[in-house]
Write a new protein. Structure first.
Length: 62
């Protein structure tokens, strides 16, 4: 029975590590998305409509 308990402990440890990695990855992505949003607000708001249309056509297709 002691061996079985060890197996369950290892399973929980692996699951905890995997969950921890996912949480950290999610936090990094969230921070990155926030930085992108700030850059968009800061710089895209300064562009004219014509410049925005040109960027759209160049990078997103017509």
């Amino acid at each position: 029975m002691g061996v079985n308990t060890m197996g369950i402990g290892k399973l929980f440890k692996k699951a905890g590590t995997a969950i921890g990695k996912q949480v950290k990855k999610s936090q990094i992505n969230s921070k990155r998305n926030e930085e992108i949003r700030v850059i968009k607000e800061k710089y895209l708001s300064k562009l004219s409509h014509r410049e925005l249309v040109q960027i759209y056509k160049t990078y997103l297709g017509e």
